[in-house]
Design a binder for this molecule. Sequence first.
Ligand code: ZN
Length: 239
Amino acid sequence: MFFQAHNTFKPLKKPPVGSRRHNLHQHASATLGAGPLHDAVKLPAGEDLYDWLAVNVTDFYNEISLLYGLLTGLCMASCCPNMTAGPCYEYKWADGNKIKKPIKCSAPRYMDLMMSWVQATLDDESIFPVRVGEPFPPNIRQVVCSIFKRLFRCYAHMYVHHFASLQEMGAEPHLNTCFRHFMLFVREFDLIDRAELAPLRELIDKQYSRSDEERTNERQQHQPPRVAVPICGECAMRA
Ligand code: ZN
């Protein structure tokens, strides 16, 4: 049986040709799948760190949106009444602006609020300027770290509560590749506090201990996905 991803969040647009981050986006796409993931996350020589973070966070957002879209009909308020990653970790939502006091919410509601917030933040030109030469605001690192921390929570929920379903769909190799890429990037730029990573600590340690070559061999043994999973350049090259 084939499943189709739907009800995903609106994908964020790639930077248009001639815009400030277009070339960097091209670079990121070209290097992903062309060599070890460890190298693909590195800041290209001479480039601005925050332009690089902005380009990549957009791609991570799109990947998570598509992966979470596979759980439509499975991750619902009735079965996931709280946004958790196992019994020890519950995430409440606050954006510090419209919602200042953290609120309890179901996993799908949290996802909706979180993804809309990320999208609005990335589209805000006072935070991520689009014109060449315009500076980033002084709190840019804090904003970027908040985005990564919240995107991580989605991976934590998907792995802890919906891994079996994703595995059944044949989406596991893609999920693992996307998460590994995400975590290598997080580690390269130290974007999430260690304590936040606790729900997936074991998985993360396992991923770090394997080389890209081992991952490639492992992936080659997988059956083709039985699901219409959006395959990223990295999977396509290595699957
Ligand atoms: Zn759920």
